[in-house]
Ligand binder design. Structure first.
Ligand SMILES: [Zn+2]
Length: 295
């Protein structure tokens, strides 16, 4: 049986790609017609067949937004908290002192993801990259929401702490890193074969300063093997600049020079620069800021 054709009739506006102008344009009084995941018509005056007709008056249709970096497993709980705090002596970042305090328990990841998906979808996002910790049920939660998701299971060998509030220290646990690596690869492979057809994956060594160079190289190998990209966190706070001089902690540019541990498939090494630089004043570079909630 062929899928039904839906005709959204006479939208006030549609934002559509104009091939001749090579840009998006506004179309007034436009029809939008689709069958399954296929768009059949965008523009005024559709006269073909339709199984469902929806009145588009008062609405505008736009291509879905793509969120390239989000943490649905945790950030709904941080919203309203970590915007307000930052360590004065750690570059105004909240990562090292505050984020561990506000962390959710593992069993809260499911409900947190559901809240995040609702807000994402309501704000017009139809595709996300979800950087979360591997857990049972994660892929099904995403699939049930209807969103298109790039699953990026975070994995790392070290975590941050500070004893004195102005120096970041690292606790290393290679065994835990190995376990997370394994779980991440399993999750990725399941995502790539998920029956929903809406899931894909990225490899995600969580942070440039919490994974050793060898870990990055192995991660990249796995990404290459599967033909998928890799994403990490880098330059999240000014704290990282002096750290990058330490032999163990290598930044992307240096790794690139040292034999291509992070070549072109890695994206986006400038995450921190995009998310954490003081674009709009002091408050805005205080925290590990993400953009998937409506303002
Ligand atoms: Zn992040």
């Amino acid at each position: 049986m062929s899928a039904k054709i839906t005709h959204v009739r006479r939208l006030d506006h549609a934002v559509a790609w104009d091939e001749s102008e090579q840009r998006h344009v506004y179309l007034a009084d436009a029809d939008l017609v689709f069958r399954d995941s296929e768009i059949l018509h965008v523009g005024p005056g559709y006269v073909g067949p339709a199984d469902n007709v929806v009145d588009g008056a008062g609405f505008m249709a736009i291509p879905g937004f793509v969120n390239v970096h989000s943490h649905p497993f945790s950030e709904p709980a941080n919203k309203g908290l970590t915007e307000e705090v930052g360590s004065d002596k750690l570059g105004q970042s909240s990562l090292y002192e505050y984020l561990p305090v506000f962390g959710l328990d593992a069993e809260d990841a499911g409900p947190s993801t559901t809240v995040a998906m609702s807000e994402l979808l309501k704000s017009g996002v139809t595709t996300i990259t979800d950087l979360s910790i591997s857990r049972p049920g994660w892929l099904d939660d995403l699939a049930a929401s209807g969103i298109r998701a790039v699953v990026a299971p975070m994995m790392r060998q070290g975590y941050w702490f500070t004893k004195n509030g102005h120096t970041v220290e690292y606790a290393w646990d290679d065994k835990a890193g190995e376990k997370a690596f394994e779980a991440a690869m399993q999750t990725i492979d399941r995502a790539l074969q998920h029956p929903s057809g809406r899931l894909s994956a990225m490899v995600c060594p969580s942070q440039i300063d919490t994974c050793r160079e060898g870990f990055f190289k192995e991660a990249l190998q796995e990404a290459k093997k599967r033909g998928i990209p890799m994403q990490t966190h880098a330059c999240q706070a000014v704290v990282e600049f002096p750290l990058s001089a330490r032999p163990r902690l290598r930044h992307p540019a240096r790794l690139r020079r040292r034999g291509g541990a992070l070549p072109d498939r890695v994206r986006p090494p400038r995450h921190g620069a995009q998310h954490h630089r003081p674009l709009h004043g002091r408050r805005h570079h205080r925290r590990h800021r993400h953009r998937y909630f409506p303002a």
